[in-house]
Design a protein around this ligand. Structure first.
Ligand code: NAD
Ligand code: DAU
Length: 349
């Protein structure tokens, strides 16, 4: 793996992955980060990387749906490996406006697969980053395994399911060297504050209501983002080609418990004169088609590749809260949209 194309590298997980790959892993090649810079893509998430890794990091602003632009990227940088993160990722947005999800998540993935197929003679790997949401909803017991049937509920998860099927089909039909990972809910630095954890941290700090959907008893399995990045890199290096690996934190929590823990941790780290932040919790209308419970059986990646999460939720949430407290400028630029103005002036959108 000499020239690794990372798509969506300016987003939450993609930027953490590039930081991990260049700063912490044994990778010695070059990263070519292609990102369209949607509202969720912020080049500031990689501040310092471009200067510290001048010879080994390239950024290209492009849309993965643009066949001509992407073909140029493959040729110019002699791409031999792809780690595909780029996607529209927010379930609520997919319910309100599904179009972009179909375009980027399905057509964009198809586009990359076609280019990978055209470059088969020197292609080492196409790794597709996916989600546990493709499996739909669990009841109060059981776990998702790699053989659980797909049963997506939202336009987001349906579009990711379609992309997973395409990736697998390219492996079976054309012999494309692929690996796939389906991960549970991530949290950590650079998480866009439309998602539960950063939204609650920032609202709680500002004394704003904390909107909990339905009765707050929906369960998610939380994983610190660096542990996901470690898993992706491990699968890319040692995962069996043509296989998929589930990744999760073995950390199931009801949404209400997550929000209460955030309130209590903030109360301890940044006390207020008015006492507990829990009274800010406000129950709001439920998400349509809201999956009740996700829980991952990650026995395969544990047994085959020896992967285990290093961070517990208790330590991870503290690190995350501290990160948001120490990055108030990043938060302000996101919340005021100033980062979008910056992108516009630098990249002529
Ligand atoms: P994100 O929304 O934070 O980032 C997505 C990135 O993709 C952004 O930088 C955006 O600009 C870019 N992008 C979007 N459309 C593009 C296009 N057409 N061309 C090029 N770039 C484009 O998402 P995330 O939370 O970092 O998720 C990354 C990947 O991981 C997604 O594929 C998602 O399905 C998957 N995933 C996420 C989670 C999670 O908890 N966040 C869990 C499992 C899997
Ligand atoms: O499971 C992996 C998935 O996790 C990823 O594939 C998605 O890209 C990622 O966005 C995430 O999806 P969720 O829908 O689980 O994440 P979100 O943070 O939007 O919501 C987490 C839970 O919290 C969910 O049950 C809905 C609930 N929620 C969310 C928000 C934003 C609330 O109760 N209130 C809120 O304001």
């Amino acid at each position: 793996m000499k020239n690794v194309l990372v798509t969506g590298g300016c987003g939450f997980i993609g930027s953490n992955f590039i930081r991990y790959l260049l700063s912490e892993s044994d990778f010695s090649g070059r990263v070519i980060n292609v990102d369209r810079l949607t509202y969720a893509g912020n080049p500031e998430n990689l501040a310092g990387i471009d200067t510290e890794f001048k010879e080994r990091y390239v950024f290209v602003k492009a849309d993965i749906c643009d066949r001509v632009a992407m073909s140029e990227v493959f040729d110019t940088f002699q791409i031999d490996t792809i780690c595909h993160f780029a996607a529209e990722s927010h379930v609520d947005r997919s319910i309100a406006e599904p179009d972009a999800f179909i375009k980027t998540n399905i057509n964009g993935t198809f586009n990359l697969l076609e280019l990978a197929r055209q470059n088969m003679n020197h292609l080492v790997l196409f790794h597709h980053v996916s989600t546990d949401e493709v499996f739909g909803s669990l009841g109060s017991d059981g776990y998702f395994t790699e053989t659980t049937a797909y049963d997506p509920s939202s336009p987001y998860s349906a579009s990711k399911a379609a992309s997973d099927h395409l990736v697998m089909a390219y492996s079976r039909t054309y012999g494309l060297p692929i690996t796939l990972s389906n991960c549970s809910n991530n949290y950590g630095p650079y998480h866009f504050p439309e998602k539960l954890i950063p939204l609650m941290i920032l609202n709680a700090l500002e004394g704003k209501p904390l909107p909990v959907y339905g009765n707050g008893q929906n369960v998610r399995d939380w994983l610190y983002v660096r542990d996901h990045c470690r898993a992706v890199w491990l699968v890319m290096q040692r995962g069996r080609r043509g296989e998929t690996y589930n990744v999760g934190g073995r950390c199931e929590m009801a949404n209400l418990s997550v929000v209460e823990l955030i309130c209590d941790t903030l109360d301890e780290m940044v006390p207020t004169a008015t006492g507990s932040r829990r009274p800010l919790i406000t129950y709001v209308k439920d998400r349509p088609g809201h999956d009740l419970r996700y829980a991952i059986d990650c026995g395969k990646i544990e047994k085959e590749l020896g992967w285990l999460p290093e961070e517990s939720f208790k330590t991870g949430i503290r690190k995350t809260i501290r990160w948001y407290l120490e990055h108030r400028d990043w938060v302000t630029r996101i919340k005021t949209g100033a980062y979008l103005e910056w992108i516009e002036s630098h990249y002529q959108m």
